[in-house]
Write a protein that binds this ligand. Structure first.
Ligand SMILES: [Zn+2]
Length: 436
């Protein structure tokens, strides 16, 4: 069960990207050398302030060390002089979720790189998108990323780069957010939002939430409970039947998902909500969404484990669950692309565990097609996983899967364990059929 502790109040740097137990990925975040201490009476080069968007400069982070940042946005301070701004910066070597507003004092102005990236200036101009432009981009996104050219995708990213809501309250947790989410304009000036953990309605004030909780009669997600094992439950929610709930879910999820666009068109999706249940109700842990019909055999669109529940094996559970649904449908499945780097890591771990477990037990030769039939994993994903592990060998003019038990064990160990198991006997579900 989760604890009562507040996930963010200790002021510690937030966890760097969670790796779902697949190794510790943090080593790639090399720290930049700390520049020598500056004297107190430093001279500011004339004309340098306010810093331009796109400027690169060293910035003191929560670890008290200086790191290279890029200025993404700036805003004037209330009651400040003409050059009194604060800056929204991206730490060049860190994940975008650590982007934040910083004060001028945190910046080492001697390290300012005068060369402002010209393209950034263009982008800054494009920031002032009209509502129409924005809607157009959002609509295109619903159709899929592939229809967006790189330029408008970048433009969209520029538009959505500055975090608006800093924290949310959800059930007994207060959670620091990671990314921008396009809440309706009347919420965009709120630093904190209060969510009803059951119906996912959100409010600007705590008193509003308290009032809401007195009359909200939901104690679990709407829709059908399709799985229960111990204290874990899974609910299937049809976006068409529960529009408000699923749209709220999308707003909430986007706070923790980068590069995933919000599906305003929730009608086309089913949402699978994983909950921990106790005597107070069923508390959302995470979810994944799935297109009702996918030409590309996608069996998962978005996946999220809420921060207080991360690193407990729930992400692995959700991935495994999506494949169990595909097996019941008698179809192969694959996650929607593009996958985030962390998403790919989680999937690689899952594919490795499932495939190598079979290879270990299987005495005779086995083909990729057979593996795919047994696991509902798409043949392309099987091939890329095995190639990545260098288990495909070319012998006597034919490709063969290497199944040396020692090699398999080494890879299995590296992939880590699967975490929470899906008990298929507890899954009561029939595949979605259009009711006409
Ligand atoms: Zn409610």
């Amino acid at each position: 069960m989760g604890s009562l502790e507040n996930t963010t109040e200790n002021g510690e740097p937030m966890d760097l990207p969670p790796c779902n137990g697949v190794g510790g990925g943090d080593s790639s975040f090399a720290l930049v050398e700390t520049p020598p201490e500056k004297g107190l009476s430093r001279k500011i080069k004339p004309g340098i302030l306010p810093l331009e968007v796109g400027t690169r400069v060293m910035c003191k982070w929560r670890d008290n060390k200086y790191h290279s940042v890029k200025v993404i946005e700036r805003r004037k301070l209330n009651n400040g002089g003409p050059n009194d701004y604060e800056y929204y910066v991206h730490y060049v070597e860190f994940n975008r979720r650590l982007d934040e507003w910083v004060k001028l004092e945190q910046l080492d102005l001697d390290s300012v790189e005068a060369d402002v990236d010209e393209k950034v200036e263009d982008k800054a101009a494009s920031l002032k998108m009209t509502r129409h432009q924005k809607r157009k981009i959002d609509e295109t996104h619903v159709e899929g990323h592939e229809e967006l050219d790189a330029a408008s995708l970048r433009e969209h990213e520029e538009f959505t780069k500055v975090k608006n809501i800093a924290t949310i309250e959800l059930g007994r947790y207060e959670i620091e957010t990671w990314y921008f989410s396009p809440f309706p304009p009347e919420y965009s000036d709120s630093l904190k939002l209060y969510f009803c953990e059951f119906c996912l309605n959100f409010m600007k004030r705590k008193e509003q939430l308290q009032r809401h909780m007195r009359k909200c009669d939901l104690k679990h997600p709407p829709g059908d409970e399709i799985y229960r094992s111990g204290t874990l439950s899974m609910f299937e929610v049809d976006g068409k039947k529960n529009k408000v709930y699923t749209q709220n879910l999308c707003y909430l999820a986007k706070l923790f998902l980068d590069h995933k666009t919000l599906y305003y068109d929730v009608d086309l999706f089913l949402f699978y909500i994983l909950c921990e249940c106790d005597d107070r109700g069923c508390h959302m842990v995470g979810y994944f969404s799935k297109e009702k019909h996918s030409e590309e055999s996608y069996n998962l669109a978005c996946i999220l484990t809420l921060p207080p529940y991360q690193r407990k094996g729930y992400g692995k559970f959700l991935i495994a669950f999506s494949y169990e649904l595909s097996k019941k449908e008698g179809k192969v499945g694959t996650p929607e692309r593009p996958l985030s780097d962390l998403g790919l890591l989680s999937y690689r771990g899952y594919w490795t565990r499932v495939l190598l477990d079979i290879l270990k037990k299987h005495k005779s030769n086995i083909s990729i097609k057979e593996l795919s039939d047994m696991t509902a994993i798409k043949a392309d994903d099987i091939l890329s996983t095995l190639q990545n592990l260098e288990l495909i060998q070319y012998r006597k003019g034919q490709h063969a899967i290497c199944a040396d038990p020692k090699v398999l064990d080494r890879h299995l160990k590296a992939a880590g364990r699967g975490g929470l198991e899906v008990d298929v006997s507890k899954l009561i579900w029939t595949p979605y059929k259009e009711q006409s």
